[in-house]
Design a protein around this ligand. Structure first.
Ligand SMILES: [Zn+2]
Length: 115
């Protein structure tokens, strides 16, 4: 679904039908430690870009609202982890480097012989 910032995001949910005005972020919602989500957080949220750069099923994201600039500004902060090897993924844009190494298919393997 498209976020208020105009980007496609699988965690954003919006329902404006028949006078309804419900918006939610499924990513923040499932984190009980996070302050509440607000629609304007989508403007600076890195998640849509991460999802576009890395569509891997094994990349799992945990999101949280953090306060910046003495609480004047709020921002979504994301941590990635890999559901295949259960290691943290420091750069979710690139995905899990552990699993990328040990299992293909990668561009480099295309010409290799199958086992
Ligand atoms: Zn992994």
């Amino acid at each position: 679904m498209k976020t208020p910032a105009g980007k496609e995001c699988k965690y954003y949910y919006g329902d404006f039908h028949r006078g309804r005005n419900e918006q939610a972020c499924r990513l923040i919602e499932r984190n009980p430690d996070s302050p509440p989500w607000q629609p304007n957080l989508c403007n600076t949220c890195p998640v849509p870009d991460i999802l576009r750069a890395n569509a891997s099923d094994t990349l799992k994201l945990d999101g949280k609202v953090v306060k910046k600039f003495f609480g004047f500004k709020q921002q979504v902060e994301v941590e990635g982890w890999c559901s295949e090897c259960f290691n943290p993924v420091p750069n979710p844009m690139l995905g899990c480097q552990n699993c990328a190494k040990k299992s293909g298919p990668s561009i480099l393997d295309l010409k290799g012989s199958p086992e």
